[in-house]
Design a protein around this ligand. Structure first.
Ligand SMILES: NC(=O)CC[C@H](N)C(=O)O
Length: 387
């Protein structure tokens, strides 16, 4: 990804590792971006998706047919800058029109060096990805030949084995005490006199998760992905949160070691979302596998007996149900589209993980109660300690 420049030509190529070549028009920055080609089916939230650190290293195909309509604003950022490596669109809007808009998508991507291609038949591309699985590819608008791009794509590392959490994590600890700034946010808030002290380990944490933790009554100290048990405990947490993040959970060895250590702390509430959920499962002796083309969208039904939540999802790996020790771990939710593990909880400890995104940014709010559940575990512990 190079510096922001205006496209000298509007041509762009999309080359997949299987030799597929699609032609389109350039938008965003001029350059070549190589990564895993995936797709997201959400009808809203392109800015949140593009800034979600879990998309680091990926070229995201949006099935929603037009991007950029509502522009870009400072409030919808999940991180300081886009993390997506490239954007694949059917069409982009020539105008950004929204009362919250502060900039346009094309200029914003250009200023952050993110390469885009538009004019692609995204429905055909998604059918191809659903049949063959997520695959490495290149978006290029700098004149590199298709043959050279194919060589570069085939030489690029596979997502399996990649530790990307250590790339996107914070370098320094920081404190977070803000809720969502939008005045139209009607989700419940419960701000206690004495907020719950939470340490969140940052493997690529989304801002909306921090905001929902605070809205449910937490005061959050965020630590880098390399945090040790001693560093976590030095903040005297009443609960520990393991964040979402990019890459292969099996490669996040420091996180798995930390989760193992946390699991032997007596009575310590631990909550993991997405990568954090996968890290918890691996620490419990579980195994992860790569999904064919992943779950990325806003309408994935997940269920527990008698209750279904429509959930926001973004993951390429999942946990093998049979690999979890059934005497210790209950699978509390399944993804109702394909039956994969969607959430787990320890039978005898205040520890649980959710594969989907209760912060719903973007997406439905059905799963917000998982934050309240984490806080309830901390409240129970406080009450026990006070006795
Ligand atoms: N959103 C996330 O935390 C993603 C987790 C992991 N990188 C996966 O693709 O499965």
């Amino acid at each position: 990804m190079g510096d922001a420049v205006t496209a000298p030509s509007s041509a762009a190529l999309l080359v997949l590792a299987d030799g597929t070549l699609l032609r389109g028009e350039a938008f965003g920055a001029v350059g070549t971006a190589i990564g895993e080609v995936v797709f997201n089916t959400g009808m809203t939230g392109y800015q949140e998706v593009m800034t979600d650190p879990s998309y680091s290293g990926q070229l995201v195909t949006f099935t929603y047919p037009e991007l950029g309509n509502t522009g870009i604003n400072a409030s919808d950022q999940e991180a300081d800058h886009p993390h997506v490596r490239g954007v694949i669109a059917r069409q982009t809007s020539p105008v950004a029109s929204n009362w919250r808009s502060e900039g346009d998508l094309d200029g914003w991507l250009r200023s952050h060096g993110v390469v885009g291609i538009r004019g692609v038949d995204t429905r055909a591309l998604v059918r191809h990805l659903r049949e063959g699985g997520a695959i490495n590819g290149a978006i290029s608008s700098d004149g590199t030949s298709p043959e050279a791009l194919l060589d570069q794509v085939r030489a690029a590392p596979a997502m399996q084995g990649l530790d990307l959490a250590s790339v996107v994590t914070t370098s320094e600890p920081y404190q977070w005490d803000a809720t969502c700034s939008a005045d139209f946010d009607v989700r419940p808030q419960s701000l206690p006199d004495r907020p719950y002290r939470v340490v969140a380990v940052d493997y690529g944490i989304k801002r909306a998760i921090l905001e929902r933790l605070v809205a449910h009554g937490c005061s959050v100290t965020v630590l880098p992905a390399s945090a040790s048990l001693e560093q976590v405990l030095s903040h005297q947490p009443e609960g520990v949160f393991l964040s979402n993040g990019p890459g292969d959970p099996a490669a996040v060895t420091s996180g798995i070691a930390l989760a193992r250590d946390l699991l032997v702390q007596p009575d310590l509430p631990v909550f993991g979302i997405c990568l954090g959920h996968q890290i918890l499962a691996l620490a419990l002796g579980g195994r992860r596998f790569k999904l064919g083309y992943g779950h990325r969208g806003l309408n994935h039904p997940c269920g527990s007996p008698g209750q279904v939540e429509i959930t926001s999802q973004n993951h390429g790996f999942a946990i093998e149900a049979d690999s979890l020790p059934a005497d210790r771990v209950a699978i509390t939710h399944h993804n109702l589209n394909d039956g994969t593990v969607a959430a787990l909880a320890l039978r005898d400890q205040p520890v649980f993980g959710v594969q989907y995104h209760p912060e719903a940014s973007p997406g439905p709010h059905d799963a917000d109660h998982h934050f309240a559940r984490f806080v309830a575990l901390m409240a129970e512990r406080r009450a026990r300690d006070a006795r």
